[in-house]
Design a protein around this ligand. Structure first.
Ligand code: NAP
Length: 211
């Protein structure tokens, strides 16, 4: 199947490599297409470079918006028409870092990125917050663990988005575990209690209380 990935930086490129190695075709787009072209060349036949962000969604079942939180809304506005009916997967953490690497949260305490992003999406899109709960390096090193795959958490209130993101998580070499609706996304982000953990399903279920 085909997934669009908009943003081919640190996390977008790791997601694209993992999905492609799991048999998915990825349609890639980035700000100036240079990083998308380099990534597509490295991945090989499973990757296609889109002409622009809207074109990335052509024929795709889902789109991963692997973008910094501050550019998410403008890209959502740009692709709004093509995104209707698609599953939208968002790994973005609502944080910024200064030149010293000090991280600060961009949303007020208690406000979840999932709810904010849901408010930006056009009606008819199906949101899942996923693939942002591990650093890009960990996402690659913890994938395809044997015999028990490591868990990758996701948050959604939409059943079809849940099925699709679970399929993508499996293709990327992980065991999908739902933590709840998108309002729970703060648990997945930098500073959240479920961030950067490599867990088996049993360990994950006990942490999230069997949700
Ligand atoms: N990196 C990680 O380890 C990691 C892990 C978990 C979650 N996250 C979260 O994921 C998000 C992205 O992080 P990142 O580290 O991947 O950022 P990044 O390395 O800066 O990559 C951002 C990507 O967005 C692209 N982009 C910017 N504006 C665009 C536009 N208008 N249209 C299309 N593409 C555009 C950039 O294109 P160009 O390549 O052309 O500049 C780049 O490929 C952040 O919210 C971060 O918190 C990151």
């Amino acid at each position: 199947m085909t997934t669009a990935i908009i943003g081919t930086g640190g996390i977008g490129s790791a997601i694209a490599r993992q999905l492609a190695s799991g048999g998915e075709t990825v349609r890639l787009s980035s700000a100036d297409t240079k990083s998308a072209r380099a990534l597509a060349a490295a991945i090989g036949r499973a990757a296609v470079v889109a002409v622009d962000n809207g074109d990335a969604l052509r024929g795709a079942d889902a789109v991963v918006l692997a973008l910094r939180f501050t550019v998410l809304k403008s890209v959502i506005d740009e692709i709004a028409e093509s995104a209707v009916g698609k599953v939208v997967v968002v790994p973005s953490n609502p944080v910024s870092a200064d030149s010293q690497g000090n991280v600060s949260r961009l949303l007020p305490e208690g406000q979840s990125s999932g709810e904010v992003v849901a408010g930006w999406l056009p009606p008819g899109t199906r949101l899942a917050m996923a693939f942002g709960s591990m650093s890009a390096n960990l996402l690659e090193s913890a994938s395809n663990r044997s015999p028990d795959p490591a868990v990758l958490f996701y948050a959604t209130g939409d059943d079809r988005a849940g099925e699709e993101v679970a399929r993508l998580i499996r293709a990327a070499g992980f065991e999908p575990v739902k933590i709840g609706g998108v309002e729970q996304s703060s648990r997945l982000e930098v500073g959240g209690d479920l961030h950067d953990l490599v867990l088996s399903r049993a360990g994950a279920q006990s942490l999230i209380g069997g949700a």
